[in-house]
Write a protein that binds this ligand. Structure first.
Ligand SMILES: [Fe+2]
Ligand SMILES: [Fe+2]
Length: 148
């Protein structure tokens, strides 16, 4: 089984994303190390985190008009649906498929982070912050026609 572990290879140099990714690794590691009795609860925490994690990324992509948003958002949706199915299985006492899913999730996460999330992080580092701090003059002043 792939066991999730934080490594600097997962760092994307975009702090809001790195923070949420460290949290993901911690929660998935807790689920992977959980006893059968604790697995449903720890898996529920992974699912709850993932709703927020993917929700943030989806919102960043939609707000900034990120070019590859559709594919990335679709991948989030597919994975989140699988994780929810896993939760139903854990709650029904089917632990083996959930442990298998956890290993697959760990491998998926590393790949996703280093490809789609890396591209998004690069894009977000170039975006202005969401709250505008620059006040643009309204009306006539500053509205000069550009030459040529
Ligand atoms: Fe992510
Ligand atoms: Fe993502």
């Amino acid at each position: 089984m792939n066991t999730v572990e934080w490594s600097d290879a997962l760092l994307l140099d975009y702090e809001p994303m790195d923070t949420v990714h460290r949290e993901f690794v911690d929660l998935l590691a807790a689920a992977q190390n959980a006893s059968d009795a604790a697995l449903p609860q720890t898996w529920a925490a992974v699912v709850a985190h993932t709703v927020r994690h993917f929700g943030h990324e989806d919102e960043w992509m939609q707000r900034t008009g990120f070019a590859s948003a559709d594919n990335h958002i679709m991948q989030h949706r597919v994975v989140l649906n699988l994780l929810r199915e896993g939760l139903a299985m854990a709650q029904a006492g089917q632990m083996d498929p959930v442990r298998e899913m956890a290993g697959e999730l760990a491998a998926w996460f590393a790949k996703h982070t280093q490809t789609l999330d890396a591209a998004l992080a690069l894009h977000m580092r170039r975006e202005p912050p969401p709250v505008a701090t620059v006040h643009r003059p309204r009306g006539g002043r500053g509205a000069h026609a550009s030459p040529g």
